[in-house]
Design a protein around this ligand. Structure first.
Ligand SMILES: Cc1cc2nc3c(=O)[nH]c(=O)nc-3n(C[C@H](O)[C@H](O)[C@H](O)COP(=O)(O)OP(=O)(O)OC[C@H]3O[C@@H](n4cnc5c(N)ncnc54)[C@H](O)[C@@H]3O)c2cc1C
Length: 472
């Protein structure tokens, strides 16, 4: 069955101003923005309750220059955020999109807080790799589940219709590339052809499609996929059929710290606070602080595709702000010992090798120096008994390649011009991480989901309102 068909051949059952595919952070921010601009949006969501990868995330959004930062005396600016994004992406990210998301992030977080009551706070007790200021904004539980639940509540409070257990299967298109609507299959098997003035693709990337992952990201083909299974790459399949520009399909957010076999995310705070990774032979193998995304493949290259995060009680106290870490503790994933020798026994690694690595790191911390991989250690990162270890593996979190968009989140054709009424946000759009996993700066996922979502909703609504004014 073709995924994009000629609109002229179809009869529409109904019509909505803005149609949105996917009720994750991107889709719900887009719907809220359109509604605020006075234009109704209908969101179509595959699941019974909106969850998406958003619900699986830590829900942290990087934003620079917010009132939350100012209240804590944190100096930051959108320019600094943009520079950090490009430094991590090795300058490969589209500058117009980087500027749009860097400038839009603080207003976005404050909009969600003030207008929709999301109680954001800035995480100020550890920083993620590559960020030159404390700028991760999270909700009290530090979970994406809280983020998506609060966004869904905001959507419901604003009378936004979410058609759940409904899947968009095909797009209906005019010869000039104008989207006329979409073919939706509902939970009971009925088909509805919904016409629209603008379409926003917010259905994330292709992490849940093993065939596409194998084709575009072979290094993650056999890895655990830790994102939402319903993200099957529909946006890029439709985009490809429409002649859209597809960018950086090999880019992705990986993570080198998923507790195994428990499958629970262990926050990278354990590393950034002074913890290290040790492989099954008791050896360190790289500078862990470059970033958790590239660490996924690094961990998978180690013997038996797992390693240990090793840290202490001080670091546990920081990580415990994350519900996932508390879950890992309850699940018995975290080992504890009073000495490195006892920890080595519990981990079943060679005591002599592991102790030598550990002592070298602790000496570097005391003296303040760099290790053989270039990682810098500081005195305040010193560890003391009791020590902890958790067995982790590398995983694919979400794909970062997708439909190329402009600074209004409008999808571009291969020749660079924009489609008349097609927008993309979040994982459906090409991200700001360049072409490889190492280009992913922490938070790029929700940054482009929420900010591009809001921009897409605003731009779609503005376009529809302008056309309405011209007609009247
Ligand atoms: C474990 C984990 C931790 C993470 N932590 C962070 C973090 O702390 N900060 C950060 O910035 N990013 C993080 N990320 C990445 C972040 O979760 C994603 O980048 C972000 O949630 C993407 O939002 P989205 O709205 O584009 O997609 P999603 O939230 O995945 O929503 C897409 C929705 O589209 C629906 N859908 C798909 N196809 C169709 C269709 N054809 N018809 C109808 N519905 C469809 C899906 O069911 C899904 O609900 C994390 C990811 C994971 C997996």
């Amino acid at each position: 069955m073709s995924t994009v068909v000629a609109a002229a051949d179809e009869k529409f059952n109904t019509h909505v101003p803005v149609l949105i595919v996917g009720a994750g952070a991107a889709g719900l921010c887009a719907a809220l923005a359109a509604k605020e601009a006075g234009v109704d949006a209908v969101v179509v969501e595959r699941d019974a309750v909106p969850m998406g990868s958003t619900a699986l995330s830590a829900g942290l959004i990087p934003a620079a220059g917010t009132r939350f930062q100012r209240a804590k005396g944190i100096a930051d600016s959108p320019l600094l955020l943009a520079a950090d994004i490009q430094r991590k992406a090795k300058g490969e990210a589209d500058p117009a999109v980087v500027e749009a998301v860097a400038q839009g992030a603080a207003p976005l977080v404050e909009w969600l807080a003030q207008r929709h009551g999301l109680p954001f706070e800035v995480v100020d007790n550890f920083n993620y790799p590559g960020h030159s200021a404390m700028r991760m904004h999270g909700l009290p539980s530090r979970t994406g589940l809280e983020l998506i639940d609060r966004l869904r509540n905001a959507a419901e409070a604003n009378d936004i219709v979410i058609l759940t257990r409904s899947i968009v299967e095909r797009l209906l298109v005019d010869p000039d590339g104008r989207i006329r609507g979409a073919d939706v299959v509902h939970r009971d098997g009925t088909r509805e052809c919904i016409g629209c003035d603008a379409l926003i693709l917010a259905c994330n990337g292709f992490g849940g499609n093993p065939e596409l992952v194998g084709r575009f990201i072979p290094e993650m083909a056999d890895a655990l996929y830790f994102g939402h299974a319903g993200n099957r790459g529909d946006a890029i399949t439709w985009g490809d059929a429409l002649g859209a520009q597809l960018s950086h399909l090999g880019a992705y957010q990986g993570h080198g710290s998923v507790a195994t076999p428990h499958n629970i995310l262990i926050s990278w705070a354990v590393i950034m606070q002074g913890g290290i990774q040790i492989n099954g032979e008791g050896r360190r193998f790289c500078d862990e602080t470059r970033g958790y995304s590239e660490q996924a493949a690094e961990v998978l290259r180690q013997p038996d595709r797992f390693v240990w995060n090793v840290f202490d009680a001080r670091i546990s106290a920081v990580a415990r702000q994350f519900e996932d870490f508390r879950k890992a503790e309850s699940a018995g994933a975290i080992l504890t010992a009073q000495s490195i020798a006892d920890l080595a026994k519990a981990m079943n690694v060679t005591t002599a090798t592991f102790s030598a690595e550990w002592n070298e790191v602790e000496n570097l911390k005391a003296a303040g120096g760099r290790d053989r991989y270039g990682r810098e250690f500081l005195a305040e990162q010193s560890c003391e008994p009791p020590y902890h270890a958790v067995r982790v593996t590398g995983a694919l979190f979400h794909t970062q390649g997708g439909l190329a968009v402009d600074s209004d989140a409008r999808v571009r054709r291969k020749d660079g011009t924009g489609f008349p009424n097609l927008f993309a946000a979040g994982g459906a759009a090409a991200g700001v991480s360049g072409s490889i996993a190492a280009g992913y700066l922490s938070g790029n996922g929700l940054l482009t989901a929420t900010v591009l979502g809001q921009l897409a909703g605003k731009a779609a609504a503005k376009q529809i309102s302008q056309i309405g004014r011209l007609r009247s």
